[in-house]
Every structure is written in structure tokens, then in C-alpha cells.
Design a binder for this molecule. Structure first.
Ligand SMILES: [Zn+2]
Length: 354
């Protein structure tokens, strides 16, 4: 891990990180000293096919590699991608944000394109890694966390004892599909009532439409197609009772999910990240109340308001410290983890051209 490495060999090294999103493809150079020094951001041209996206990725990586290789030693190339992702093979499985990519051998395609083995992980795992390494956790002596990223869906990354927890097939970290309402609405994953359906930006907008409240509608854009979770949050801040109730539902869903995780894993830190986490003040009271109700493990260990993160034996639920750059930062950090087996770097067969 970086913590162990930082005193050794990171100095002078650089890595290249790729954040392959459904909307944007971002490629960055990261240097010791923990900052991104160069960033290329492109639209992900999904409509032009997988080959076009891989080609764009390759061009950006090669350009950055050529520019930086004279200035230091490359630690490698890290790639974060929407999941589910099967590791170590690097095969995309049923990705909601990459339509048409089901079964795609992403690792093989990228490694062939850039003639170099890569460090591959899910975007949610990469973001959790960045929060873990670059947030307050290291200074507080925290070695494990569970992060939920509230965006279009709900992403999840779990760090256990300084390592990303991948599970048996690389598919751990799908807490966005923990069930919070057994008879709730159908989820694209096949289950019902998943936390993602209530605690995502998409879920907030859907609940606003379902509420069919003319007073709320009057506070939002005229065309419901233009409604956003941000606008619903503003309505809640302005005192709209329906919008307030929607964010309480967000909080309850998160509290049930984190409560289950707490009962199972008794972690020191639970993190809420992603754009919707900006509505923290609207959902956090319900989240804390529900988590206390659902988890006696959490109730027995919960930090008091104001407790510093390094308070021994306490459990914390916090907003993420990194913003929207967590994904690309995490991708940049993957090569420094030195966790090759777990990260599924293809140790055995680099491509011929390398
Ligand atoms: Zn689901």
C-alpha cells in the first residue's frame, strides 16, 4: 500500500490513471506528492462503439506517457471502470452505465492497445481507495472503511485492513444493491427495493415525480424532464414538506444499508460520497437515526458529535473529503498499491509488443 511505500520508492515515480465513465473519459498523470499534474478529459464516445472508446483511451495514455517518461519512473497505469467487473480477468458484467459492454474483455482490449499490463478496478473501488489514502483516514490510524457514492446510482467500495476488498470474483462492493424495502420497486439488478433506488440522484427525482405534489412541482422546472436532485434539494431547503420527506427517505435507506454493513463488519468509518452527498444536512439526521435503530453494533460504538476521527474504538459516518476527483485520483493510485494479485494485474502474460 501507499502508506508502506511512501517512505520508500514513490518519490520520483509517476502513474497514469484512467477514469472510464459512461459520460466522460478522463486520463491523468499523478506524481508523488499526491497531486494530479496533467489531465485529459474527453467525452466517452459510447455511441461510436467500444473500439472507438478504447482508441481514445489509448491515444491519451500514449500522449501522457511520452511526455512524462523522461521525468521519472512509471509505476504503471491504473484504470477505473463502471462495474460489475470480474477480476482478475477484467471482464465487464452487465454494466448499467456502459450499455453494450456486457461480457467485454476490457483488460485484454486496453492492454493490447497500449502494449502494457494495467491495474484494473471498479470506479467505486478506486474512489474508495483515494478517499482512504488521501483523506483523513491515514492520520487517524484508520485501516478500514465502507464508502457509498451517491450519483446516478449508488457505488460502493470497501477497504478492509488497508486493502480493497474484492471478494471471490472481484465483485464485492455492490452495497448499492443492499435491499432496504423488501417489497419496493423492481431494480434493474433483478431484486427489489435496493438502496440505489432511493439514495441516488435518479431516485430522488423519481420520488419527486411519484409524489405528485403540485406545490413541489411549482418549485421545480416546468418540464419534469428537467428536474434534478439538486432542484429537489433546494425545494427541501426552502421548506417544501414533500421534498424534505424525500431526503428523509434517502437518509433512511442509507441508514439501513450502513446499519447492515456495521452489523456485519463493525468498521471504524462509513463514508458518503458523490454529488448527492451535498444534501448531507437534509438526509443525515434520518440516516444516523436509522443506523442507530438498525445496528446495535453501531449504537454501541458511535462517535459523539465532535469526536476527532482518531478517537479509539469509535465508529464514524462522514461525508467524503475528496470531491468529484476521487475516481480519477483512485485510478492513479492503483499502481502504487502493489497489491497485484488482489488488483488482478495480469502478472503472467504481458502482451507480445511489450
Ligand atoms: Zn438492485
Amino acid at each position: 500500500m501507499i502508506r508502506e511505500m511512501s517512505s520508500k520508492s514513490v518519490e520520483g515515480q509517476f502513474s497514469i490513471g484512467v477514469d472510464l465513465g459512461g459520460t466522460n473519459l478522463r486520463v491523468a498523470v499523478y506524481r508523488a506528492g499526491r497531486q494530479v499534474t496533467e489531465l485529459i478529459s474527453l467525452p466517452t464516445r459510447l455511441s461510436q462503439g467500444r473500439e472507438r472508446v478504447i482508441h481514445d483511451l489509448k491515444e491519451a495514455v500514449i500522449a501522457l506517457r511520452a511526455r512524462f517518461e523522461a521525468h521519472g519512473e512509471s509505476a504503471g497505469i491504473g484504470v477505473g471502470t463502471p462495474g460489475p467487473l470480474e477480476l482478475p480477468a477484467g471482464i465487464i458484467r452487465n454494466p448499467p452505465n456502459l450499455p453494450g459492454w456486457d461480457g467485454f474483455h476490457l483488460r485484454a482490449a486496453i492492454e493490447e492497445a497500449i502494449s502494457e499490463p494495467i491495474f484494473l478496478d471498479s470506479d467505486a473501488n478506486a474512489a474508495a481507495l483515494a478517499e482512504f489514502e488521501l483523506g483523513s483516514a491515514p492520520a487517524a490510524g484508520i485501516h478500514s472503511l465502507c464508502m457509498l457514492t451517491l450519483g446516478t446510482g449508488v457505488g460502493n467500495g470497501i477497504i478492509l485492513n488497508d486493502r480493497i476488498w474484492h471478494g471471490n470474483n472481484g465483485m464485492a462492493g455492490e452495497a448499492g444493491h443492499l435491499m432496504v424495502e423488501p417489497d419496493g420497486m423492481a431494480c434493474p439488478c433483478g431484486s427489489r427495493g435496493c438502496v440505489e433506488l432511493y439514495a441516488s440522484a435518479t431516485g430522488v427525482v423519481r420520488m419527486a415525480k411519484e409524489a405528485n405534489d403540485p406545490i413541489l412541482a411549482a418549485a421545480l422546472p416546468r418540464n419534469p424532464a428537467d428536474w434534478t436532485s439538486h432542484a429537489v434539494a433546494n425545494a427541501a431547503i426552502a421548506g417544501n414538506a414533500t421534498a424534505i420527506a424525500i431526503f428523509q427517505r434517502v437518509g433512511r435507506a442509507l441508514g439501513i444499508a450502513f446499519g447492515g454493513v456495521a452489523n456485519m463488519l463493525n468498521l471504524p468509518l462509513y463514508v458518503v460520497a458523490g454529488g448527492l452527498s451535498n444534501a448531507w444536512d437534509l438526509f443525515a439526521p434520518a440516516m444516523f437515526a436509522e443506523m442507530r435503530l438498525r445496528s446495535y453494533v453501531y449504537r454501541l460504538t458511535a462517535a459523539a458529535p465532535g469526536d476527532p476521527l482518531d478517537t479509539p474504538g469509535k465508529s464514524f459516518v462522514r461525508r467524503a473529503e475528496l470531491g468529484s476527483d476521487a475516481g480519477i485520483l483512485g485510478a492513479c493510485l492503483l499502481p502504487f498499491t502493489q497489491d497485484e494479485e488482489a488488483l488482478g494485474r495480469s502478472i503472467a502474460q504481458p502482451t507480445e509488443a511489450s
